[in-house]
Design a protein around this ligand. Structure first.
Ligand SMILES: [Zn+2]
Length: 461
């Protein structure tokens, strides 16, 4: 149902601020720095015929907008109505829960009009693109249809969580869940969520993967542990949304962390939320922390978390005479089960042939990879090695130093020698995109031997 509820004077203004919601210096600075597709409040110009507010009403959303009639705008209450049962299903909530729940929303082309009409409370704090409070939400219009829906759903998740769970949890979880459960596909009038974007184009304006990638080399690149304590104020910048999405998408899509993560929504009102998550993960916590940093580093559209998940296992000393290990082509980092000693030299020799592209025609490779296609600067299918430092005392290998080997792996190819500078477990994988592991098949064998130092070799002769 569409009906006009207010008439307002014509304006040529573009909604940079909402009346009574002056944007602070921090946000102004952010806005200047953002790419155009992020500048939510540089709304589409309001067409002359859209001089009235319109009310678009669905079962769960009553949306007031100053935007002109447009199928992609007018469908929003129907989109929202499809989202509610999907959110219920995600949270494992009774299908009749919140049956009569309805949110009042404002989709604002020109924020000033909404302020002047009293549709924006004067005490609303500054916000970047959208804001939710109890069962009300406000969203600035966006240039892309995808991102307009996304923002509306994002604020809807906040409202849903508040209505059902009576809380949001810490900022990383509140915003990460809103991002996770707003990232959607909309095809032929059917909504699906959460989805992990497989390409940039259908998600115009979203850009979360780019935000993470752009941050990877910055000195204050987050770790999982710094994200946990991120203050709410950080969410006046878009980079925080990128990382919050990445954290929740990682945990939610990961075969090992999904179950403890999905339990967390019910704890959003409790103090020590982060400690509860850590307790649920238990002794594997350092692996989760490391793995998230590697995930962020290797993040791709269509990232196949099922296959990509690192197979952690602490290594044991290499037996005399060495050992042969098997490396699957359709997985990412896999523990060799061998612990390498700092300062010792090891020889790695690989044999075997495996599929790296499904085809037709299928492509096969040996450990040197195929020279006609590269991924991240190295031949597709090339055998790579990394050492994860796992000293006896956890304090010896804190955070980034512990997983640094994964971020700059060594090329092994058919044969190489490695001399680690710290003791740790050897991990191996073939070089391929985390989005393209599905069509890989087969495995290779890697023989690992210690190279005797000259004096040792002489003594044994
Ligand atoms: Zn939010």
């Amino acid at each position: 149902m569409v009906k006009a509820v207010y008439c307002v004077r014509s304006t040529n203004g573009v909604g940079r601020c909402v009346a009574g919601v002056r944007r602070g210096r921090v946000q102004a600075c952010v806005l200047r720095c953002l790419l155009a597709w992020f500048v939510g409040c540089t709304a589409l110009a309001v067409p002359a015929e859209a001089q009235k507010f319109r009310e678009l009403t669905g079962r769960h959303l009553k949306l007031v907008t100053d935007l002109a009639e447009n199928p992609d705008v007018d469908v929003l209450p129907a989109v929202f109505d499809q989202a509610v049962p999907l959110w219920r299903a995600y949270f494992g909530v009774d299908e009749h829960a919140l049956a009569d729940w309805q949110v009042s929303g404002c989709l604002m082309g020109d924020g000033r009009l909404f302020g002047e009409a009293g549709l924006v409370p004067p005490d609303l704090p500054p916000f970047l693109n959208g804001y939710a409070r109890a069962d009300r939400l406000w969203v600035f219009n966006q240039p892309s249809d995808y991102y307009r829906r996304h923002l509306l759903l994002h604020e809807g998740v906040h409202a849903f969580m508040l209505a059902y769970w009576h809380g949001y949890g810490p900022p990383w979880f509140a915003e990460g869940m809103a991002e996770l459960l707003a990232t959607h596909s909309w095809e032929d009038g059917k909504l699906a969520l959460p989805v992990f974007p497989t390409a940039r184009e259908p998600f115009a304006g979203w850009g979360r993967i780019k935000l993470v990638r752009d941050d990877l080399t910055s000195p204050d690149c987050p770790t999982f542990e710094t994200l946990l304590v991120q203050p709410a104020g950080d969410f006046l910048q878009n980079r925080a949304y990128g990382w919050a999405w990445a954290a929740c998408a990682f945990l939610d899509g990961h075969p090992r962390w999904q179950q403890p993560f999905r339990e967390m929504a019910k704890h959003v009102r409790l103090r020590r939320f982060n400690q509860r998550l850590q307790a649920a993960v238990g002794e594997a916590w350092p692996e989760l922390v490391d793995e998230f940093s590697v995930f962020a580093w290797e993040l791709e559209y269509g990232h196949d978390l099922e296959r990509w998940a690192i197979v952690f296992a602490p290594g044991e000393a290499l037996p005399e005479g060495g050992r042969s290990v098997r490396v699957r082509a359709d997985r990412s980092w896999q523990s060799s089960g061998i612990r390498l000693q700092a300062g010792e030299t090891y020889r790695l020799k690989a044999t075997g042939r495996y599929q790296v592209v499904g085809g037709p025609p299928a492509w096969h490779a040996e450990a040197n990879g195929v020279s006609i296609r590269y991924y991240r600067g190295r031949p597709l299918g090339m055998l790579l090695a990394a050492v994860r430092f796992d000293a006896e005392r956890p304090s010896d290998t804190q955070g980034p130093a512990r997983h640094a080997g994964f971020l700059s792996p060594s090329a092994v190819g058919l044969e190489t020698t490695l001399t680690p500078n710290q003791t740790g477990t050897l991990y191996l994988k073939v070089n391929d995109s985390p989005a393209e592991l599905r069509d890989n098949q087969g495995a290779l064998e890697v023989q690992i031997e210690r190279v005797l130092a000259e004096h040792e070799a002489q003594r044994r002769q």
